[in-house]
Write a protein that binds this ligand. Sequence first.
Ligand SMILES: NC(=O)c1ccc[n+]([C@@H]2O[C@H](COP(=O)([O-])OP(=O)(O)OC[C@H]3O[C@@H](n4cnc5c(N)ncnc54)[C@H](OP(=O)(O)O)[C@@H]3O)[C@@H](O)[C@H]2O)c1
Length: 326
Amino acid sequence: MEKIYRDADVSIKPLEGKTVAVIGYGIQGKAQAANARDSKVKVIIGTRPPEESPSRAQAKADGFEAYSIAEATKRADVLLIELADPAQPPIYKAEIAPNLSPGKTLCFCHGFNVLYGVIQPPKSVNTVLFVPNAPGHFVRQKYLAGEGVYGCVAVDHDATGDAMAIALAVAKAVGSTRAGVVEMSFQHETEGDNFEEQILYGGAIQLMKMCFRVMVENGYPPSFAYAKAIRSLRSVIDVMDEVGIEEYISRRCSRTAEFAIRSRGPRVVNEEAIREIFRETERGEFARDWMQEWSLGMPTLHRLRRTAADSEMEKTGQAWRKDFGR
Ligand SMILES: NC(=O)c1ccc[n+]([C@@H]2O[C@H](COP(=O)([O-])OP(=O)(O)OC[C@H]3O[C@@H](n4cnc5c(N)ncnc54)[C@H](OP(=O)(O)O)[C@@H]3O)[C@@H](O)[C@H]2O)c1
């Protein structure tokens, strides 16, 4: 049975009289800091030194008190860890861990480093998670519109007896309980996220690329293949989200499309490969490969990026946006 929390179920009181430090002022950090401040929470920012990052100056320009990460950790009761995931372990070790004292709360925005033991907080602090299910600009945009972004909360370690209440108060301050927040585990948040990235993003992008490549190889004009491979999908995703996939297939697209979707779609998807990737993710193999890739300086990604940027599809896309609009 899913446990969903909404505004009426959650109090922001666990944050009253407390200082919340947002550590890392990037995509999520900026949005969550602004929303929490607008929810009347005392928010400060912790960033890398000004010579390494423009974030400190940006946070000050946005009206926040901004400090080094070590100083923000000392001043805060609750820390929202909004650093890029691979950057977290060395910064945690050097600046956060030495300045943690009993009763503080570490609130992560992705469970990866805790789940795989790369960061092991002391048992005297709460280790929780709050993740809004959208990029930062959308989290902010929805909040300003009086709405919120669906999210999740989890507790890995409850040192003070009210760790979940604190995680939920953070979710409320950021606006997510306006939509609904589901309780889950660090394991499911992390593995679910990694699974989705591999299957959905990886799979959908590969499908678009293959659709383009096969059409061009068979003599289709590249602009036409590009429009088919990306534009047509873009235009129907919102409709499916609004009315439901079945309504879209049965009533909002052509009968030819319905026949194509129902009869050929399953042939395109390799169900066994999806299940195998799920098992690999559960076994921690994706996490191991990613940590190794990062620690080696991302050689595989550099090579894959170079070849992808030169592809005919990318060049067609650039021309397409200029010639036919965004
Ligand atoms: N982006 C999303 O849509 C999204 C959605 C859900 C959850 N999350 C989670 O939110 C957390 C923050 O993600 P994000 O996307 O907001 O990260 P981000 O904007 O890419 O980076 C956040 C901050 O990390 C620091 N940073 C980035 N690269 C670094 C490097 N190479 N070395 C040292 N520090 C570095 C910078 O800190 P300074 O500000 O100090 O320069 C930066 O502002 C992650 O745990 C992520 O999984 C993100």
